[in-house]
Ligand binder design. Sequence first.
Ligand code: B12
Ligand code: SF4
Length: 516
Amino acid sequence: MRILMMVAPEEHYMVASVHKALDHKREARPLLGILSVTTYLKNRRPDIVIKFIDCRAEELSFEDVSSKVKEFQPDLVGLTCLTFNYYDTLRVARLVKSIRPETKVCIGGWHVTLYPKETLSQNAVDFVVIGEGEKTFLELVNALSAHKIPNDVHGLAYKSDGELFVNTEQLKEGVIGTANFTGMVTPIIPISKEVDTVSSFVTINDSRPLDKKLDEIDFPDFNLVNIGKYSHILDSDFNITIPIESSRGCPFACTFCDIRRTRFRYRSPELIVDELERWSKAGINSFFFVDDNITVNKQRAIILFDEIYKRNLNIEFKVSSRVDRLDDEVMESMKRAGVSRVSVGIESSKQKYLDYMQKEITVEQIEDCLARANKTQLPVFAFMMIGLPGQTKEEMFDELKFLKRNKVDYASFSIMTVYPKTELHKICLDNGDIEIDPWQAFAENPVPEIQAPYVNGNYSPEQLKNIQLELTRKFYFSPRILYKRVCEVNSLKAFVSRAKLALRFLGIDSIKRKII
Ligand code: B12
Ligand code: SF4
């Protein structure tokens, strides 16, 4: 059996919470989800020929995909999909089928987890993996290579003889809190031009509990990708940064977030540090923890950071947390271990907006946390939110003063965006802020360009994006921040990249492109 795992080329870029000039190519990280699924499979089925291509990082086009498929002749293609690359992912699926109709196509990732039925309604898709994919994909491959119908593979949705089956392994386990499956056999109505004309049915099997610990899941094998192709615009020396996952899930309730109220599970600290040590011995000393909230369990986090410190690895790494999970003890252990940046969702300096988002924190807690981070000399990246319901331009600009007053080192200003099937999405549909659900329409009938819905009410999407750009420029071009960033530049490569970023922020590179 020959399996091709792929990240689709990025041709259509959906504008969500970040202006294109700020977001596009700002951050190229190896995608842990599909890498993790591939590694898990590779380690258990060495008999299978597996190829991995990240078209985004390799800057491959759809024509390149065609050649690769013709050359490799895969029996199964695995694709990863967020809502933002659904359109391009489906294009790859259709391309594969047009070249080799007998090849099976399986898609996993957040978007299809939220919309399995709609995704399977597309002709070119044979299987959808719902939620975490390592075990489900292995079982699917085992079934296919044994020529069996994968009807006992939990977490899998598929078409078979014109029928559509959904095995909802993880739906009831809180991986996606918005699941509304009932356990009954439910006919679904054809929904788009792409839909199969045969009648389709959904079958739901019993759910299977998620593993409490993540230790059974192998760390992704980065030898599958060309690691030199990835970088982050804010990485100080533009050395290779490896993403690493120490936990999954977050019990908090922020309404805009998909991870809201999902069960927190983690890897053993020793195994995580073994992995860091392995990479540091190979010459890599920069890491980015993708955990939604690494300090959900403070004791576990301290054990992890202390273990890193004890092993004297001489590494630096970035983490994400919440202001209410960062007490002095946690911050000191972070600092000792080598945390170079801690990202926190501050979102707003106004209590009414924090409450609206159900952040469950107060402005006082934020200020206290920032003061202590300063004392510990722990650089903070503040995730700020603008475009909140009814928020005025003045209020948005007030956030700059707040960040300056609290000596914040890095910040981004996302426009509040209603992401699919989040609590915010539900609220907006219930109270009529959104009359026709754009995400449902997109899931059923994806179009190349779509503007994700905003909630502000005072300003148009264009105006909000301009405010966002202005805020970002004002923040990063303030003398205080400029000085800090210049001090960080320690190589020519870093200087050139920073200069390019600065030009992009100022809109100068787009003017140059227009002239050319
Ligand atoms: C790190 C991260 C980023 C990084 C890297 C992106 C990346 N895709 O890794 C950066 C900072 C660049 C980023 C950017 C954005 N992100 Co982001 N990000 C994350 C985060 C925190 C972790 C991703 C991760 O590595 N998870 C760990 C891996 C192991 O899990 P996984 O990716 O889900 O993969 C598992 C399954 O999905 C499945 N699976 C995945 N692919 C495949 C493929 C196959 C074949 C199979 C079988 C299974 C399978 O199996 C995997 C293993 O169990 C997630 C939240 C989260 N916890 O997932 C948000 C998340 C994915 N991001 C999100 C959003 C909204 C964004 C942005 C739009 C934000 C913005 N500023 O505009 C941009 C979009 C960028 C883009 N153009 O795609 C949303 C996505 C919602 C959606 N409907 O698609 C999430 C879920 C967070 C949220 N807001 O709720 N993000
Ligand atoms: S704390 Fe972070 S990960 Fe948890 S629900 Fe809020 S935004 Fe999502």
